[in-house]
Design a protein around this ligand. Structure first.
Ligand code: 5GP
Ligand code: MN
Length: 342
C-alpha cells in the first residue's frame, strides 16, 4: 500500500507549485506501455505548471508507441549519451516512474545519484529500493499510470488532465492490465471511467495497441508456438525460447516479441509461462503465472530479477541451453512449493 502518502504528497505538491524548474523523468530500460505512458503523462501534468520536462528512456522503445504525441521528444540514453548527461546536469528534480531498482536504469542510475537532486519515485512494483526522497509506492495499483492519475487526483488537480495526458495514462493502464484482464480494482474502473469522460477513445487505443502487428510479428508468433514451445505437463509449465538464429531469420526488433509469453498461459493446465530470448551478452527471461502462483519469487531468487506476482522478469549469464537446463532443475521444487500453498 501507499507509504507516507500524506506527508510525501504535501511535499510533492510544494515542489510542483514552486517556480518553474527543469525536471527530468526516468523510467526502466526496455520501456513498455506503462513506462512510457506514466512518464509522458507525468511530463504533461508537470508542464501545466510551467516546468520544463525531459523524459529519458534508458533504452529504445517499441515503435508501436510512436502514435503517442511527444514520443519524438524523448531522450533515449543508449543513443543519446551526451544529451542525457546534459539534461541530468541541468535538472533541478527527478521523477522516476515504473521501476523499483536502480539497475533497471543502466548507467543513468549513477549519473542521477551523483547529481544529488530531489528525487521522486512513483511505482507499483514490490520492495522499491530506498533511493528516492519522496516515495509513492502502491503495489495494489494495476500500473504506474493508474497511480499517477490517483496522485494527481489526490492533489486536487484532475482538471489539469487534458486529452493528451489522459491518452498516455490510458495507454499505460491498457498495456499493464492486458486490457483489464489483470490487476483490476474498483479504483481502476473508476479512473478508466474518468479518463473516458475526458475524451479518451478507448476503442481506437485498443486497435492501435493490440491490432497493430506486422506480418513478420504474427509469423514469428506462429514460429514460437509451432517450433519453439516446450510444454512440461507435470510441472504445469510452458517454455518458449528464441535463439540468435531466430533473431536473424525474423530480423527481430525491439517489441517484436512483446506478449508472446502470454499465449502459453492460454492452455488450461498451465500455471507458469517462461519466455527466453538469447541476447548479445545474456539470456533474458520473462515469467508469467496464473492466480496464486508467484513468479516474482522465481525471478528474484534464481534470475537476478523481480517484478510482480504474476508477471516478472530476469536474466542469466549462462548459455541458452544451460539456462533452460537450469530452469528445469529448479522448477520441480518451486512448482511443488507453490502448488502446495496455492
Ligand atoms: P517483462 O516480462 O514484460 O519484460 O516484464 C514483466 C515484469 O517484470 C515487469 O513488471 C518488469 O518491471 C519486471 N522485470 C522484467 N525484467 C526485469 C529485471 O531484469 N529485473 C527486475 N527487477 N524486474 C524485471
Ligand atoms: Mn508498470
Amino acid at each position: 500500500m501507499m507509504e507516507n502518502l500524506l506527508d510525501d504528497l504535501e511535499a510533492f505538491k510544494t515542489l510542483i507549485h514552486a517556480p518553474p524548474k527543469y525536471i527530468v523523468t526516468f523510467t526502466h530500460k526496455n520501456p513498455d506501455g506503462d513506462a512510457i505512458g506514466s512518464s509522458l503523462g507525468m511530463k504533461g501534468y508537470l508542464e501545466t505548471f510551467g516546468h520544463t520536462v525531459r523524459s529519458i528512456l534508458p533504452s529504445d522503445y517499441p515503435k508501436l508507441f510512436d502514435f503517442l504525441p511527444g514520443m519524438g521528444d524523448v531522450l533515449i540514453a543508449e543513443y543519446q549519451h551526451d544529451a542525457c548527461r546534459n539534461a541530468i546536469k541541468m535538472a533541478d528534480m527527478f521523477v522516476c516512474l515504473d521501476f523499483n531498482s536502480l539497475d533497471r536504469m543502466d548507467w543513468l542510475a549513477q549519473e542521477m545519484l551523483e547529481a544529488k537532486k530531489t528525487t521522486v519515485l512513483i511505482d507499483h512494483h514490490i520492495d522499491p529500493e530506498p533511493f528516492a526522497d519522496l516515495l509513492f509506492s502502491d503495489t495494489s495499483a494495476s500500473s504506474t499510470s493508474e497511480l499517477v492519475f490517483h496522485l494527481i487526483d489526490e492533489m486536487g488537480d484532475i482538471e489539469r488532465i487534458d486529452l493528451d495526458i489522459a491518452e498516455k495514462l490510458y495507454t499505460g493502464i491498457l498495456t499493464d492490465t492486458g486490457s483489464y484482464r489483470f490487476g483490476t480494482s474498483a479504483r481502476l474502473f473508476s479512473i478508466a471511467s474518468q479518463l473516458k469522460r475526458i475524451g479518451v477513445d478507448d476503442y481506437l487505443l485498443n486497435i492501435r495497441l493490440f491490432n497493430n502487428m506486422t506480418e513478420k510479428q504474427l509469423r514469428l508468433l506462429g514460429h514460437c508456438l509451432a517450433n519453439r514451445m516446450e510444454v512440461l505437463d507435470d510441472l504445469s509449465t510452458g517454455i518458449i525460447y528464441l535463439n540468435r538464429n531466430d533473431f536473424k531469420d525474423f530480423s527481430i526488433a525491439r517489441g517484436d516479441t512483446e506478449g508472446i509469453v502470454n499465449y502459453i498461459l492460454m492452455m488450461r493446465h498451465i500455471r507458469v509461462a517462461v519466455f527466453l530470448t538469447e541476447q548479445n551478452h545474456q539470456i533474458k527471461l520473462s515469467f508469467r503465472s496464473k492466480g496464486s502462483v508467484s513468479v516474482q519469487y522465481l525471478a528474484q531468487k534464481y534470475f537476478h530479477g523481480g517484478g510482480h506476482k504474476n508477471a516478472s522478469g530476469g536474466s542469466s549469464r549462462k548459455s541458452l541451453e544451460e539456462t533452460i537446463r537450469y530452469l528445469k532443475e529448479i522448477l520441480p521444487e518451486f512448482i511443488e512449493k507453490q502448488l502446495k500453498y496455492a
